[in-house]
Design a protein around this ligand. Structure first.
Ligand SMILES: Cc1ncc(COP(=O)(O)O)c(C=O)c1O
Length: 408
């Protein structure tokens, strides 16, 4: 078996590491929550602030192309998720975009009343779907089922299936093609949340005939804290529905300043207000970097990193009560590894103090995200060693009774 140093030396993506700001001595395994800073995103923000905002001022909307950013960035994300041009826009947050697409999907299935999702879906997805159904006031209901029972629960009342492709806690990746096909066979529509998929591995949402998709810009897409999100609508649905957040940026002619709303013809009607130019520019620059990578190589490295980490942790931490929550079968996992432990919060705090950043999801999950553009095999190996040290020494006990931080 190759040593971790050999694996790093032979990594076809190794030249991407120097493209990121790496805090000295830190092992960062939280790119599934907030991606690292690409140097070119920092340079781009500097340029946007000093040259475009600073010098061009209002002219920047046209001269620096700010007004085109939602489409331009959307198309770049589209290339990563297998969407044709003009079917993805960058806008708002994932939560807001979910509201738009849930409303659209329900309107396209007017005779059906149920939305199928999973109780362990990311909470905002469930909250937004509930909010949309309450606002519609037409007796829709959100039904929670186990992800593996979705296909058998579909019936003539299912309007839409709304799932997160990679479970944010366990890292389990669901079969997009199979579930989308089953939803369509039952006459329902499918919405995928790609928050933990986009930028982590190749996706082909057009081939899977996906109806709607949303996802975050700040995780594997490295767009920065609070980066704008994205939204995909299959071309066949774009003109079928006027989404309820009918802001002026979704108007056919925003600068006609008409008193009446008239939606833009295509995907633009899913925009709402003025784009956040600085943060969208950072995401734009980060995407340019990501699009230089061979996405197949990205997936191969992600599988190898997660495999190595699982093996190393299971060997070195045996007997300390960690239970693997992520599927062992690489085909069924995203780019993260999670373990359960009753003292997970304290263990993660001790690990962070030891220079390895992952995160904790209540009640008992410690998560490690592997971003193949900047994580190394040495990162995975050292993180497993430090985790074992903490368990063996009991260093985590110092954190067992401390108040939990707001963001875990
Ligand atoms: C699956 C999933 N969906 C949505 C979100 C968050 O959405 P928003 O950007 O609206 O906060 C997250 C955040 O971690 C997530 O994991």
């Amino acid at each position: 078996m190759s040593s971790v140093h050999e694996l790093d030396a032979n990594d076809p993506l190794r030249h991407f590491q120097e493209q990121f700001e790496r805090p000295h001595g830190l092992i960062y395994l939280d790119g599934n929550s907030l991606g690292m800073l690409p140097k070119r995103a920092r340079e781009r923000v500097q340029h946007v602030v000093t040259q475009e905002w600073g010098q061009q001022l209002i002219r920047g909307w046209t001269d620096a192309g700010w007004i085109e950013l939602p489409r331009r960035v959307g198309d770049k994300i589209g290339r990563l998720i297998g969407a044709p041009a003009a079917s993805t826009v960058c806008a708002d947050s994932t939560s807001i975009n979910l509201f738009k697409v849930v409303s659209a999907a329900l309107a396209l299935r007017p005779d059906r009343r149920s939305i199928l999702s999973t109780a362990d879906n990311f909470p905002t997805d469930l909250y937004m779907a509930e909010g949309a159904t309450q606002m519609l006031g037409k007796g829709h209901r959100l039904v929670h089922v186990d992800a593996h029972a979705i296909v058998n629960t579909l019936d003539a009342d299912t309007a839409v299936v709304m799932l997160t492709h990679v479970n944010y806690k366990t890292g389990e990746r669901y079969d997009m093609a199979d579930i989308s096909r089953a939803a369509h066979s039952a006459g329902a529509l499918i919405i995928w949340d790609l928050a933990h998929s986009a930028g982590a591995f190749p996706l082909d949402i057009a081939a899977c005939d996906v109806d709607f998709a949303v996802g975050c810009g700040y995780k594997y897409l490295n767009g920065g804290p609070g980066a704008p999100a994205f939204l995909y609508v299959a071309k066949r649905h774009q003109a079928q529905f006027e989404q309820p957040l009918s802001g002026w940026m979704g108007h056919a002619h925003p600068f006609a300043f008409a008193a009446q709303y008239a939606p833009a013809a295509g995907i633009d009607r899913y925009l709402c207000g003025t784009p956040p130019v600085i943060s969208m520019s950072a995401l734009d620059a980060s995407l340019d970097l990501m699009l230089e990578a061979d996405i197949g190589a990205l997936r191969a490295k992600s599988v190898a990193l997660t495999q190595l980490f699982i093996q190393s942790v299971e060997i070195r931490c045996a007997g300390f009560g960690l239970e693997l929550a992520t599927p062992r079968d690489a085909r069924k996992r995203g780019s993260q590894v999670s373990f359960r432990h009753e003292h997970g919060y304290a263990i993660m705090q001790a690990l962070i103090a030891a220079g390895v950043i992952g995160d904790f999801r209540a009640p008992d999950i410690i998560r490690f995200g592997f971003a193949p553009l900047y994580n190394t095999f040495a990162d995975a190996d050292t993180a497993a060693t430090r985790l074992a040290d903490i368990l063996r020494s009991g260093a985590w006990q110092a954190y067992a009774k401390t108040a939990r931080r707001t963001v875990t």
